[in-house]
Design a protein. Sequence first.
Length: 249
Amino acid sequence: MSTLLQVMDVTKIYRNQPKPSLDHVSFEVAQGEFLGIMGASGSGKTTLLNVLSTIDVPTSGHIIMGKNHIEKFGQEQSADFRKNNLGFIFQEYFLLDSLTVRENIAVPLTLLHKSVQEIDRNVKELAELFGITSQLKKYPSELSGGQRQRVAAARAMVKGPSLIFADEPTGALDSSSATELLAALTKVNHTLGTTILMVTHDPYAASYTDRILYFKDGHIISELQRHHTERRNFYETIMQESARQNEKR
Ligand SMILES: Nc1ncnc2c1ncn2[C@@H]1O[C@H](COP(=O)(O)OP(=O)(O)OP(=O)(O)O)[C@@H](O)[C@H]1O
Ligand SMILES: [Mg+2]
């Protein structure tokens, strides 16, 4: 598999913070990979997503995506890059209450003045992948939390981004809604080949990924590979690794 993202020796030091939030972090993400990021509160997970997604700039180090050295981008270039290549899913759904589900998913394409046909095609495909086809005419207030999050995920995918950043996407969901979202993300990852970076505290959510990087104090302290093990077995491995790290704390 080819490499989509190369993170080389990235450090982020916020002003007025005694310690770096990211401390010489290096790793690679393969094209089409579903990568999990775990670690205690304050370990640097969101900081990592922010610097990788050009929302923030690293203090030092290199971030290469495709042929782009994204840490060298100016503000305008960063905004364009995000608009054209990246998708975001957060713990809160950030849907627009006055728009229907269909319109919410279509927002990124509407802003690009895409044709009605193209918008229809993309919305339909993603609504099917996320199991929300029957909700397209409804408004967000008429949906469950799990359905809203799947609408938000479909919106994040609608422009066909090469990389999706998800920060605790199941954080506000009950377990069956979380399962539906994770199953849908896995399906998108497999069928469209979208690369996903997902931050999570939850070993169950993490068990859907291909590989997990554990962060502590801005460092990567360990890594788990799923290989071809079943999700249930991977879940056991993650539980053991998380317990091992809690003991060390
Ligand atoms: N904008 C900022 N300004 C100053 N310090 C920050 C900023 N954002 C994060 N930090 C600090 O960087 C460290 C890492 O924070 P970060 O938000 O990346 O942690 P996290 O792993 O995402 O935690 P959580 O699981 O609670 O979301 C913390 O010590 C935090 O206080
Ligand atoms: Mg965070």
